[in-house]
Write a protein that binds this ligand. Sequence first.
Ligand code: NAD
Ligand code: UDP
Ligand code: UDP
Length: 345
Amino acid sequence: TTKASVSAAAGGGGGGRRVPAGLRKPALRIVVTGGAGFVGSHLVDKLLARGDSVIVLDNFFTGRKDNLVHHFGNPRFELIRHDVVEPILLEVDQIYHLACPASPVHYKYNPIKTIISWICNFCTNVMGTLNMLGLAKRIGARFLLTSTSEVYGDPLEHPQKETYWGHVNPIGVRSCYDEGKRTAETLSMDYHRGAGVEVRIARIFNTYGPRMCLDDGRVVSNFVAQALRKQPMTVYGDGKQTRSFQYVSDLVDGLVALMEGEHIGPFNLGNPGEFTMLELAEVVKETVDPSASIEFRPNTADDPHMRKPDITKAKELLNWEPKISLRQGLPLMVTDFRKRLNEEK
Ligand code: NAD
Ligand code: UDP
Ligand code: UDP
C-alpha cells in the first residue's frame, strides 16, 4: 500500500471514508505544480495555513521564488525546481496541476519566443498533464486541472456555460494555449474513465491580484503597471471587447472547494461582472491616477469579443461564488504593484 492510499483511507483527498463529525481532518500532503506562479502561490498560502504539507514543482518559467519566500524554513513546505514535462516520483494525497506558461506576451509578440513557447506551451499542457495524471494513477491521488475559459475560444454563446463546446480556431496564434488546455481536459477525462483517477476540472476566467507578473502582457497587469509608471494605458482594438475579472482569493477558494467536493466538473470559476477594456481602463484610472491616459493599439488576431462566466453550476454544486468586486480587488493589487515597482527603481 502506498503512503497516499493509507492517508486517503484516513479521510484524505483520495476520497473514501468520511471523517466523523468533530474530528479534525488529517493533514494532507499536496503537490502544487506551478506553485511559484501568481495563482499557485496564493493557493500554497491557503493550504499551508490550514495545516497541510505542500510540495511545489516549478521550473520558474514565469514563476518566482519571491512569491514563496515567506514559507522558506516551514518544515511542511518544499520547493523543487522541476519541469513537469519530465516524469517524477512522489507520494501525496492531492495534486493541483497549475504549471503552464500562461502569459500571453510569450506567444503573441516575440517571433522567436512564439516558436519556443508554442513547443513549451503545448508540451507542458500535454506531457506535463500526462505525467501528473500518471503520478495520480500510481499513488491514488486526486488530481485537479486548472483549465481556462480560453477553451471556449471566441464564444458564440454568451455568457458561457460548461455545456458549451467552444469556438476555437485550431490554427490561430493563440491555439497552442487553447488547444493545449483542451487536450489537457481530454487527458484528464480519459484517465478518469480509463484508469479510475479522481479528477477535477476548473475552467478559470481572467484573474488578477497581487504577485501577478509585472510585464506579462495581460490586460489588468499592463494597465496597472502603465498607470503607475505614468505611461498611457494600451487599449487593443476599439476597447469594446469584454472580459470578466476575478480576484485571486475568490479563485483559490473555488479551487479548494472543487478539490474537496464530489463533482468532477468542468466548473467555470470566474466573476460574472463584465467590463469592456475601456471600462476597465476607467476603473484603473479612478483607482491609480485620475490623470492616466489611454492609447489605442491594433488588436491581436482571434481575440475573443466577449467573455463572461455562467457560474450557476459552481454555485449549486460547490456552494461557491466570488465575493470581491473589481473595485474592491483592484486597490489590493495596486498596493503590491506600487511596492514592487518602487523596488525596481
Ligand atoms: P503563472 O505564469 O503565474 O503561473 C504558472 C506557473 O507554472 C509559473 O510559476 C511557471 O514558472 C510554472 N511553469 C510553467 N511551465 C512549467 C513547467 N513545464 N514545469 C513546471 N512549472 C512550470 O500563471 P497563473 O496566472 O498563476 O496561472 C496558473 C494556472 O491557471 C495556469 O494553468 C493557467 O493556465 C490557469 N489560468 C489562469 C488564468 C489567469 O487569469 N490568471 C486564467 C485561466 C487559466
Ligand atoms: N509518471 C510519473 N510519475 C509516476 C507515474 C507516472 O511521472 O509516478 C509519468 C510516466 O513517466 C508517464 C506518464 O506519467 O510518462 C503516464 O503514466 P502512465 O503510467 O499512465 O502511462 P505509461 O507509463 O504506462 O505509458
Ligand atoms: N488588452 C488590451 N491592452 C493590453 C493587454 C490586453 O486592451 O495592454 C486586451 C486584449 O486584446 C484582450 C483583453 O485585453 O481583448 C484581455 O487580454 P488578456 O491577454 O489579459 O487576456 P485574455 O485575452 O487571455 O482573456
